[in-house]
Design a protein around this ligand. Sequence first.
Ligand SMILES: [Zn+2]
Ligand SMILES: [Zn+2]
Length: 246
Amino acid sequence: MSRLGFAVALFLLAPLASPEGGFPLPPREVFPRDMPRYPNLWVFVDSTLVSSYEKAVRLVTEDLRTNLELTENHGRLSNPEGTDFEATVEHLQPWRGADPALAHGHAFHIRYYNRPLERSGRHKVRWKGVEYYLVAASAHYEVEHGNPLHPDVESCPICGRTGWYAKEQGNLVERVHDPLGVELATMGKIRDERVVLPSGRPALGVCNTEASFVTTDPKMNTQRIAIVVLRKGWQKKKEYCVRDAD
Ligand SMILES: [Zn+2]
Ligand SMILES: [Zn+2]
């Protein structure tokens, strides 16, 4: 076989696009056109842990819902962005800077994209010899929804283009709000600080982060993609991560 023929054969054999990190994530085209950003939170659920894809989705969404005190919205959404359903928690980390006009609390907002994965058959992948269900979400952290300043305050030390993110260029949601959302969903923290939930409890992430990478693929238009892997014993690892993190 010629070198070109070999390369073509290899391409055809590859079952899924293999972006940075070598994780078997599906291409952008699998998702609805009105999804504005590529999902930034990917949970691989070992298929032996659950009896169906629906249960894999529930395992992940229930963990996030209870540990971040999310309110889910399954009804008609004002801004659906191609999602299955969304969930939010409001009024976190109230901030009051020198300018009282900029005072605001924060919202964590997550949209799930699992129906398109299932429809296209991309909800199940084999990775390193193990079969996983894939659960995809787009998470971000921003100015709370009821506030007239929603969603952006560029100068905010919590949700703005400041600190670790001061040098980020381009869309604030993609470059700053998105990675902050991933940090809260996985670690229960924002900029390394534990977030306190409306009930007064500390926020707990799903933990079990296998990898996170900054992508350069223009179709993956979000600053960072996190890969979480739930395999047997994942709750133990979670307990450890929660204890260890404080
Ligand atoms: Zn939002
Ligand atoms: Zn803010």
